[in-house]
Structure formats: structure tokens, C-alpha cells
Design a protein around this ligand. Structure first.
Ligand code: NCD
Length: 353
């Protein structure tokens, strides 16, 4: 693996190797104090973050590496109009690994085309968030002992929730996973994800009610309604507060069911759930740091590429998704991939019309 952009690109065997390393780190962190000694991580956060940013930084520090970057793009040359390509060319000249979060879908993929060092997607708009998925899989495996055969309820904003999309991509690599996709109709999973699930023969049911499915679940993965992604504020107002998990609703859940959440929560999990033994979300955030340590120990030690591949220079976006990175970076090559029987933008996955 050279970059981590989309969990779908990671073979199951590579994930198993990462999980094994994360477990070794958790069991004996002293053994990894020098795993990234002398290595430098760039952390480019164009969008707010607490857990992802902090857990990446602490992961690198705990491996003996160092960190630089920004959490506010207005403090960098991005504010002067620098292109993503130029920022990445330059930053990848200084760092051994680049971690980036952006509001633009496909931005990490775009960055990876020009980077001399591995790029990690720490969230690209409402598209993907593969390292959150590493935290999620680590949590399920550590606390339930397996991922195969689980019944997983994904609840909330499945349209804009990038953690959900990455988790579905990852769970396609396991056997016998059953999904309950719980959302209001207007916040259902995007078409490209539905096509992905069908193509991979995944078992899923789409429902609008949470309470009726709770008794069947091994994992209930709650998500925040992603206010910052709504174009129409009324649509947000209609949907906010739609699902609230309370201790009372948990009464009908299995005794071993995990309540997970990528965090931050707004009101979708009542505070009275926090002390229930099934509440796994704070533990999940801590596992995220160990999973990221396992990833960085690999990527920050990869050899640097002195030259990147010459690419066709684009002449403007072929993709109509207004949130796609190709909209603001017209030089990007017009990359197309086939998915669900249709041509899709290789950056943001949306079908090309
Ligand atoms: C998630 C994100 O940024 O997508 N948070 C995180 O990385 N832990 C979920 C969210 O913001 O709702």
C-alpha cells in the first residue's frame, strides 16, 4: 500500500496485518517508541477536527516521530490561492507522510497523484474517511472478537456521513455481515454506495425506524446529522434530532450489542447511555489512535518517490458534482472508473451524466 485514500483499495490481508500490528502496539506500546524515529508527518486540515487530528498527532508522537501542519487553511498559502497540486508538491518535499482532511470530495485522491510520499485521507467532504473505519474495525474486533457475521445498524445521516461510506466499503471484505440502514429517506446512502453494495452482493435493508430493528443488532453505529453538508438549511431543520438513542431504547437490545459513534455527537445519543456497558464510543476514539499508529509505522517508513508520474492535464471538470475536487482544480486529469455498470468520476465516485 502506498496511500490510504479509500478503504475499498485495501486488500483484506493488508487490513489483517494492520490490525495485528495495532494489537501488538496496544499490548506493548514500549516496543514501538522508535518506529517512526526521525520521520515527519504533515497534517493538513482544511476542515474542523478534534479526534482525527489529535489522534494522528499523538500517534506520530508516540512512535517517536514529529508533526507539522495547519488546522486552519487560512493560516497557509491556500488563502493566497495556491492550488492543491502546488501545496502537495511542496509539503511532500518536507514530510515523510501527509495526512489531509478537506471539505472537497476526492481531494486526497487528487493529492496522491502529485505527492512524493504516502497520502492518508483523513476525510474528504461527505465521501470517505478510511482511518475512522480502521478505528471502527479495531473496536468491533477487540470488543466482539470478530467482524464476520455481524448484524450492523448504521443510523442517521447516511447520505453525507463519510464514516458510513468507508465502513460499508470495509465490511464488504468480511463474510456474512448484514446491514440495517436506518435513515430518513432524504438522508439515505448515495446511489454510488447502493450500487457498490449490490455489486458486492451485500445483504442490506433500508428502514426509517430505529426502535424496531434494535433487537436484531450486534452493532449500532450512530451518526450525527452532518449540518455543514446541507445546501438547504430547511432540510437540516427537518432532520435534526430525528434519532435519539436513550437508555430506555437500549432495553430491547442484545446484551453484547455495541453502541458506536465516530463522534462528535450532537444529541443522537443521550448522555444516559454513556454509562451503559454497551457504550463503546469513547473506547472507539482511543482505538483510533492505535490503529493510526499501525498505519503510520508502515507509511512513514516507505521510500520517497523522487519523481511522480506525468499525467494528462485536464481542461476543466468532467464531473458535475459541485463538491468534487475537480471543480476547483481544473488541471486534474479527467479520470473515469466503471462502477455499478456506469462511468463514474474516479475522484468522488459520482456517476458521470
Ligand atoms: C467524523 C467525521 O469527521 O466525518 N468525525 C470523526 O472523524 N471522528 C464524524 C462526524 O463529524 O460526524
Amino acid at each position: 500500500m502506498r496511500h490510504l485514500i479509500d478503504f475499498g483499495d485495501l486488500p483484506r490481508s493488508e487490513w489483517d496485518g494492520l490490525y495485528a500490528r495495532a494489537s501488538r502496539i496496544m499490548d506493548d506500546p514500549q516496543n514501538f517508541l522508535d518506529a517512526c524515529c526521525g520521520k515527519v508527518m504533515a497534517s493538513l486540515f482544511y476542515e474542523p477536527s478534534t479526534r482525527t487530528n489529535f489522534s494522528f498527532q499523538t500517534a506520530m508522537l508516540r512512535l517517536g516521530g514529529t508533526v507539522f501542519g495547519f488546522a486552519d487553511p487560512n493560516s497557509s498559502s491556500v488563502a493566497k490561492g495556491e492550488t492543491l497540486k502546488d501545496t502537495i508538491k511542496m509539503v511532500s518535499g518536507y514530510a515523510d507522510v501527509v495526512v489531509m482532511r478537506t471539505p472537497w470530495e476526492g481531494a486526497a485522491k487528487a493529492a496522491s497523484l502529485y505527492s512524493h510520499v504516502p497520502v492518508v485521507n483523513a476525510g474528504d467532504g461527505g465521501h470517505m474517511h478510511p482511518t475512522q473505519t480502521m478505528a471502527d474495525l479495531t473496536t468491533m474486533t477487540r470488543l466482539l472478537g470478530r467482524v464476520d457475521g455481524l448484524s450492523v445498524g448504521l443510523c442517521g445521516d447516511l447520505k453525507n456521513g463519510r464514516t458510513v461510506h468507508s465502513l460499508i466499503k470495509a465490511l464488504a471484505k468480511f463474510t456474512g455481515v448484514r446491514f440495517f440502514l436506518i435513515s430518513p429517506r432524504e438522508l439515505a446512502i448515495p446511489d454510488y454506495m447502493r450500487a457498490f453494495m449490490r455489486e458486492n452482493n451485500m445483504f442490506f435493508t433500508e428502514v426509517t425506524g430505529l426502535e424496531s430493528v434494535i433487537p436484531q443488532l450486534d452493532v449500532l453505529y450512530m451518526t450525527r446529522i452532518q449540518r455543514e453538508r446541507f445546501v438547504d438549511p430547511l432540510e437540516y431543520e427537518r432532520n435534526k434530532g430525528i434519532y435519539i438513542l436513550t437508555r430506555r431504547k437500549l432495553e430491547r437490545a442484545k446484551e453484547h450489542m455495541l453502541v458506536m459513534h465516530p463522534l462528535p455527537r450532537v444529541d443522537e445519543i443521550a448522555v444516559d447511555v454513556d454509562d451503559d456497558p454497551r457504550a463503546a464510543y469513547f473506547q472507539q476514539a482511543r482505538y483510533g489512535m492505535f490503529a493510526r499508529m499501525a498505519l503510520l509505522a508502515d507509511l512513514a517508513n516507505q521510500p520517497r518517490l523522487d519523481r511522480t508520474e506525468a499525467l494528462e492535464i485536464g481542461t476543466g471538470p468532467v464531473c458535475r458534482n459541485p463538491r468534487c475536487i475537480t471543480q476547483s482544480q481544473p488541471y486534474l486529469p479527467p479520470l473515469v472508473k466503471r462502477s455499478g455498470g456506469v462511468d463514474c468520476c474516479a475522484f468522488c465516485d459520482k456517476a458521470l451524466e
